[in-house]
Design a protein around this ligand. Structure first.
Ligand code: ZN
Length: 321
């Protein structure tokens, strides 16, 4: 069996309003707007990326801008919660910041770890978990949030399942995840070295409505492959286990395979290479529309259909400081 996937690579969601989404992820959560491109399969719509300074794998939250889709609550067969890691000592800061910015948040404890629960503009459930590591994080100096308190990476994703049995078996037997704890209907797993950005929770939720693709839902979660060979090894394992896996697809910033876990959640495995500086330097990330070569000839056409995005400036670091 190949080495475990080390953790989350990125999470991709659907927003109904790209501008309000940018206002929230940059202006409230303080992530950097690192890439403005189009959906490679639906090129007249945006695909936008947020992350730490360079979009280190494990920090990239991405959105398809699909304003035509209805907004629906998430349900089973989907990732229903995206959790970010912040230092535990920063939870007080975040409580104050969210209050000052009129974002409702409540405090819960999961497996003994303090967590703030809130919703983004599209009502996707977001958590700020007070358990962080600085190991692979590159702070963004111009963030509206002081580096002491900035989001470090993802902490975890939560999968909602109509029945958790097949998913748990797949995670442990095929993907090598380790069960670390359980609490009520929630089972916690880790992959790789464990800790923030390697955590996955599974909810056994037979009563939950079946999730459908809509604005305000998570489209997929991507797991890291350390290189192309690692990804190909995993592809072989997954195909042998009976998963229907795509061929490797070139995504410009990474190379990807896609498959569904037994409960229906779309998983991707994406390579750490080449990363977001492949088409613009680190200091200029997110500043201009980047297109894959197949759409470069249609640039003016595509630009005409895409509403300009205004990224909030960072003069407002005051709030909740
Ligand atoms: Zn993806």
């Amino acid at each position: 069996m190949p080495a475990n996937v080390p953790g989350i690579h990125h999470v991709t969601c659907i927003t109904g309003d790209v501008q309000k989404n940018v206002d929230f992820y940059v202006g409230v959560l303080g992530l950097r707007f690192i890439k403005k491109t189009v959906n490679f399969d639906v090129p007249d719509t945006y695909h936008i990326y947020f992350g730490d300074y360079v979009g280190t794998p494990g920090s990239a939250m991405t959105f398809f801008g699909w304003p035509h889709l209805p907004c629906r609550p998430a349900g089973s067969g989907q990732v229903t919660v995206v959790s970010f890691a912040v230092p535990n000592r920063s939870l007080q800061f975040w409580t104050g910041r969210l209050r000052d910015l009129n974002v409702e948040a409540s405090r819960v404890s999961r497996f003994g770890i303090d967590t703030l629960v809130l919703k983004d503009f599209d009502s996707i459930q977001i958590e700020l978990v007070g358990e962080a590591s600085d190991e692979r994080w590159q702070p963004w100096p111009d963030s509206p949030v002081d580096p002491h308190h900035q989001i470090r990476s993802f902490h975890s994703v939560t999968l909602c399942e109509e029945s958790d049995l097949n998913t748990i078996q797949f995670l442990t037997d095929t993907m090598g995840f380790r069960k670390v704890a359980s609490e009520d209907n929630r089972t916690r797993f880790e992959t790789g070295a464990g800790g923030p950005s390697s955590v996955l929770d599974v909810l056994d939720a037979p009563e939950a409505p079946v999730g459908e693709e809509a604005a305000g839902t998570v489209h997929h979660v991507a797991w890291r492959a350390t290189n192309d060979a690692h990804e190909l090894d995993w592809r072989e394992v997954l195909v042998k286990s009976g998963r229907n896996v795509t061929p490797v697809i070139e995504r410009k910033y990474f190379r990807s395979i896609y498959f569904r876990e037994p409960g229906g959640v779309l998983f991707e495995i994406a390579t750490d290479q080449p990363g977001f500086t492949v088409d613009e330097p680190a200091e200029a990330l997110g500043s201009s529309l980047q297109l894959p070569p197949q759409y470069e000839g249609r640039r003016e056409d595509l630009k005409f259909n895409l509403t300009p995005i205004v990224v909030p400036t960072t003069a407002a670091r005051g709030a909740g400081r």
